[in-house]
Structure formats: C-alpha cells, structure tokens
Design a protein around this ligand. Structure first.
Ligand code: COA
Length: 255
C-alpha cells in the first residue's frame, strides 16, 4: 500500500493591478480581517477578476441592474468576506444579503462589511466569541462638509469631547459618525431593531500616546434608549484608527 497522493495546494491567481490586499487597522483575537484597496477598474476588468477568483459568484437580484460602482463595492466586499472566512477555517462561500440589506451569515458566524471609494474591509468571527461585531470606514473627502451635517448625528456632549480627542474637528466628527455606524452593524442584527443616531452617544475617547498619523485609540459609546435587547445606558467599547484622509472604527460585543 503506497502513500496517499500529496494534497494539491491551489495557489490563487495574482490580484489584478487595480486591487491590493492591505493591512487591516485592527488586530482583535478570534477575529479574521480582510481589506482591499482599489482604484477604478473598467467593467471588463471586474468581470475578469470575478471569472478568475470567484467564478461561482452571482450578484443578488436587487443588484443586477445597479450602477457599476455599487456592483464593484458589493463584489469586493464578498470577495473579502470569502477570504476572511477561509482564515477562520470556514469554506469560501458567497454570503447572500437579507431583505434588510444586512449580510446573511452562515450559522455560527457573524461579521461586518464596510466600503469607501478606495477600500473595502471585512471582519468575521465565530458567534461563540461575540454577540455582534461592527466595522466602518469613512473617507473624509466628502463634497458636503461634515461640519454642516454634524447636527444630524452628533449632539453637544459629543462635540465637546473633542477636547479629549486630540484630533481636528473634521476628523472627530467623522469618528463619531463612524462609531455609530459600527455600533449599528454590531447591534442591529441581534434582534433586527432599527435605531437612529440619537439612540447612542459617544461618551469617552482615549487616544493612544502617539502623535504621528495614523493614530489610534479607544472610545466608549452608550445607548440613550433601550435597543436590540440592551437597556438604556449600556456602554460598548470600540477602537479607532485615523489617518490624514480616513477614519476606521471597530466595535465588538463579547458573548
Ligand atoms: C447600514 C449602514 C450602517 C451602512 O453603513 P454605510 O456607511 O452606509 O456603508 P458601509 O459601506 O460602511 O456598509 C455597507 C455594508 O453594511 C452592511 N449592512 C447593511 N445593512 C445592514 C444592517 N441592517 N445590519 C448590519 N449590516 C448592514 C452591508 O454588509 C453593507 O455592505 P453590502 O451591501 O456590500 O453587503 C447605514 O447605511 C445605515 O443605514 N445607517 C443608519 C442607521 C444608523 O447608523 N444608526 C445609528 C445608530 S447609533
């Protein structure tokens, strides 16, 4: 009786020139991350990436007629999820989308997806470790200055915390916004209860003692109303990283 044949190790095809795997801003035990930076591919270049890297991939019905940019973001998010799932030892499957637009995670898995015009990032973990996780990235080069719309997502208490944040006002406002988006992604899927920006407040920020960019730190965000099974006053901890042009946040709700 001979030895069984050696397991074939499949080397994935190289990434196209418009796409690059980048380091994720956070390292959290038991969480697998994947992040891609991308430029502006043509539709044919995206299709060729799908054919070579994810040939079984199908756009969901609601995106079949979506604009190219949305399809690009969605596909890269799903490709990133597949890669992160592999790191967890989970099969590289396509994650579908629920009617409420949240990702339909396989049993025992949960995660979060974020995209900007330049990057897509995903975190996945086993539900034995977390009740919910959220990540969010914001590009600070918006056409509408964030200062003009800040009152729609931040209150005076939060704005005053800038004195502890050691950040420019614009970055601080994006951080508040991003922290709330991360909280929503972590909390909403637990019971499916929608909540708006007035339902949570960033109550503290602790920057790491590093002066140059990218800088990072932690924050706490508190529910001002009971939501998704958590009472009013519950405090969630989060992490952030900011650079000259981007803000990233992470929130994990441990089991
Ligand atoms: C859902 C929402 C948070 C997405 O954030 P965004 O900045 O618009 O976009 P991002 O690129 O960061 O994230 C998009 C991803 O969020 C995920 N997502 C969408 N709806 C979701 C939901 N209900 N629950 C969890 N994740 C959701 C999806 O994975 C989506 O990517 P995909 O469609 O490619 O799968 C945002 O659109 C929203 O509805 N916000 C209002 C609710 C809110 O933030 N309340 C504040 C609470 S304090």
């Amino acid at each position: 009786m001979g030895f069984p044949p050696p397991t074939q190790i499949k080397t994935p095809p190289p990434l196209p020139s418009w796409l690059a795997l980048i380091q994720s801003p956070f390292t959290i035990p038991n969480v697998a991350y994947c992040a891609y930076a991308f430029s502006s591919p043509q539709e044919t270049e995206l299709q060729s990436m799908i054919d070579s890297h994810f040939p079984d991939f199908q756009f969901p019905a609601h995106l079949k007629t979506a604009v190219f940019k949305r399809k690009l973001h969605y596909f890269l998010g799903r490709a990133c999820v597949a890669q992160a799932l592999e790191q967890l030892g989970h099969p590289r499957v396509q994650i579908e989308t629920n009617p409420d637009r949240s990702p339909k995670w396989p049993s025992g898995i949960l995660g979060a997806v974020t995209h900007t015009d330049r990057l897509v990032m995903t975190a996945v973990t086993a539900s034995t470790h977390f009740l919910g996780i959220g990540i969010d990235s914001e590009e600070m080069s918006r056409t509408t200055p964030i200062e003009e719309i800040a009152k729609t997502f931040a209150d005076e208490h939060e704005k005053q915390l800038i004195h502890h944040a050691n950040l420019p006002l614009k970055t601080w406002l994006f951080l508040i916004f991003s922290a709330k988006e991360s909280l929503f992604k972590a909390l909403y899927p637990i019971k499916g209860e929608y909540f708006g920006f007035e339902s949570a407040r960033v109550v503290s920020i602790s920057p790491d003692q590093k002066m140059e960019l990218p800088s990072s730190g932690s924050f706490c965000i508190q529910l001002t109303q009971p939501k998704n099974g958590f009472p009013q006053g519950t405090v969630f901890k989060g992490l952030y990283q900011v650079s000259q042009s981007q803000v990233h946040t992470w929130i994990g709700i441990p089991q």
